[in-house]
Design a protein around this ligand. Structure first.
Ligand SMILES: [Zn+2]
Length: 237
């Protein structure tokens, strides 16, 4: 009988302290797991890695940049990285990629791409990376999606991950360029990174194909970035 009372007391306590999450229509789980919507911190009892996962995603900006929206990891429901390594800022290089996967023009479609790419990079036997590889991704909804972000070493450009940040355009851009909303968002992201001290003022811009045997970021997109400021401002190291 005492055990039953104790159990009820513990269960009651736990339910009560997960109430802020329940109020959001979510459930509490360890944030290393997949979540169909957004994650919220501080809504669940127990460890700080136990976070509130909502059914649908809610758009939250990191607030880093005034001219472009960066959708935070929590907002798109990113899984917790298995490990992280801090990058030395400001970085001298910035790399442009494409995902060679599906394009997206809406928040919900881009969120779905983000989750799929992270799962692929973390779970696929050819990768098994600690997290989504790119620093940032961009959709043709004109928004930036936070990958590893400003402060962490990525897995995007072999041999250059410790000296560069990277943005990847969601879609395949061999024969057509991304829309102007996506292109402008990445230009603003770079300016934002400079103003935050994350990218050097004297940075050089490269396409992935400049430093690896790949078609990335697609011929049509590569032809666009060739005309951007600081393209090949210095030779790759
Ligand atoms: Zn690439």
């Amino acid at each position: 009988m005492l055990c039953l009372i104790l159990l009820l007391a513990i269960t009651g306590y736990s339910l009560a302290s997960d109430q802020p999450c329940t109020d959001l229509g979510g459930h509490c789980q360890d944030d290393s797991n997949k979540c169909s919507g957004s994650y919220y911190s501080g809504k669940c009892s127990g460890s700080t890695t136990r976070r509130c996962c909502t059914r649908t995603a809610v758009e939250h900006d990191t607030g880093d940049c005034s001219n472009v929206k960066i959708i935070s990891r929590d907002s798109w429901g990113a899984r917790r990285p298995r490990s992280t390594s801090t990058i030395h800022s400001p970085v001298p290089d910035f790399f442009i990629h494409h995902t060679e996967g599906g394009a997206c023009t809406s928040f919900s479609a881009c969120i779905s791409q983000m989750k799929g790419i992270q799962n692929y990079h973390m779970d696929d036997s050819n990768h098994r990376w600690s997290d989504i590889g790119y620093s940032f991704l961009v959709g043709e909804d004109g928004k930036i999606y936070e990958g590893r972000g400003w402060n962490r070493v990525g897995a995007h450009t072999q041999g250059y991950n410790s000296r560069g940040l990277a943005a990847s355009f969601m879609g395949s851009f061999m024969t057509h360029a991304p829309n102007s909303a996506a292109l402008n968002a990445v230009k603003e992201l770079i300016q934002c990174g400079i103003s935050k001290g994350k990218i050097s003022h004297s940075y050089a811009l490269f396409g992935h194909r400049d430093v690896g045997s790949t078609d990335c970021p697609g011929t049509a997109l590569y032809n666009v970035i060739k005309a951007w400021a600081r393209f090949h401002a210095h030779s790759p190291k």
